[in-house]
Ligand binder design. Structure first.
Ligand code: FAD
Ligand code: SF4
Length: 339
């Protein structure tokens, strides 16, 4: 058995307010934000990051609140995934979010892992998420300071995949992200938090912090399905969230979002063309095709890219079919569910 890699020596700052955390971000150029630490600590041990300061935001009480006002649920960035997965109100109001939270990693990760950490998760690639000696032996790539991408050597960008489970659910549910910075707070649609570039996939300034998500209530049915290598705990090879509404048996709203295939979670274009139609075989095939055409998996996992494309398309068919069925219950992906 290999010995665990030591954590580097760092100074830890524990601000008690959002304002103090933002000031600390501006003052310490070489820092990382620490929430649940389930992703960050692994990356630190592997030498993927070299901060001199960790800004531990877990002392900011404001970020732990869940509040329902009128037709919106506000969920603080420090709310733990286990809380979302166990909350019956989240299950009944925002089924896709509930199912996505329940599908993240294993129970221990969900008890520590937070909403903000899940949204700001680093992108992943088999050439990057490795120990320092592995990376040194294989040569650095663009994301680790080298000059070539091992996945697409002729290109100039990094294709590492965003693999968070919550973002597609929030995109399907048309949620907004609240971001705090030195100039105050702003909101963006969840899809607009991301870029298609594996080295810098977040549209966050260096001194900004995700503080909350706001999810609108909706009459749409929603759900989330993912496929992974290890069913007990694993990142998605592909994950699909859908929110849809039918009236008189015909679709009158449809949003599909996919994770695990691109450097950002995708909102699938072209779903408007399916509105007004019954969810029959031809609509399921059309939705499947929209997804298969728009996702861009690359060789960033051990699974072939084309297979991940097929998974995303197949999950779309299965999920849309289940949600559009007359007695659709919550459709999700508990860790032991068969595909
Ligand atoms: C074995 C294993 C399996 C996993 N499986 C999954 C999986 O199936 N699905 C999945 O989605 N994830 C998975 N993860 C990753 C991780 O556990 C979760 O994504 C978790 O939600 C991350 O939250 P955290 O609070 O622990 O984040 P942290 O590790 O604390 O932070 C993650 C990143 O977000 C940044 N950050 C944190 N909070 C904020 C904020 N409020 N504003 C700005 N930046 C912030 C940090 O600086 C860091 O870069 C897995 C991890 C492991 C080790
Ligand atoms: S996609 Fe290319 S640049 Fe990005 S982490 Fe993988 S090998 Fe490195």
């Amino acid at each position: 058995m290999t010995a665990p890699l030591p954590l580097p020596r760092v100074r830890v700052i524990r601000p008690a307010t959002v304002e103090a955390a933002i000031a600390a971000r501006a003052e310490c150029p070489q820092h990382e934000v620490l929430a649940g630490g389930t992703d960050l600590l692994v990356n630190l041990r592997r030498g993927l990051l070299a901060p001199t300061v960790l800004i531990d935001i877990t002392g900011i009480a404001e970020l732990e609140e869940i509040r329902t006002t009128g037709d919106r649920t506000r969920i603080g960035a420090l709310v733990r995934l286990a809380r979302l997965a166990e909350d019956p109100a989240i299950a009944s109001r925002h089924a896709a979010l509930h199912a996505a939270a329940a599908s993240v990693a294993a129970p221990g990760h969900r008890r520590l892992g937070t909403v903000g950490g899940n949204l700001c998760l680093q992108t992943r690639c088999i050439y990057f998420n490795q120990s320092a000696w592995w990376r040194a032996a294989n040569g650095a790539c663009l994301k680790s300071g080298g000059e070539v991408c091992h996945v697409a050597p002729e290109g100039e960008r990094c294709h590492a995949a965003f693999s968070g489970d919550l973002a597609p659910a929030l995109i399907a549910l048309d949620a907004e992200i609240e971001i705090a910075g030195p100039g105050g707070r702003r909101r963006v649609a969840c899809a607009d938090l991301y870029h298609e570039e594996g080295r810098a996939h977040l549209r966050l300034a260096a001194d900004e912090l995700v503080t909350a998500i706001e999810v609108p209530a909706s009459a749409a049915r929603s759900g989330y399905l993912k496929e992974r290598i290890r069913r007990s705990f694993d990142f998605p090879l592909a994950g699909v969230a859908i929110a849809c509404r039918t009236e008189g048996g015909r679709l009158n709203a449809l949003r599909i979002s996919v994770t695990g295939t691109n450097s950002r979670p995708l909102l699938i274009d072209g779903t408007a063309a399916l509105l007004g139609r019954r969810v029959d075989e031809s609509v399921l095939t059309a939705a499947e095709k929209l997804v298969a055409k728009q996702v861009r998996p690359m060789r960033t996992t051990l699974f072939p890219a084309n297979h991940r494309r097929s998974i995303a398309a197949a999950l779309t068919r299965r999920l849309l079919g289940a949600l559009a069925a007359p007695a659709a219950a919550e459709v999700g992906a508990p860790p032991t569910e068969a595909p």
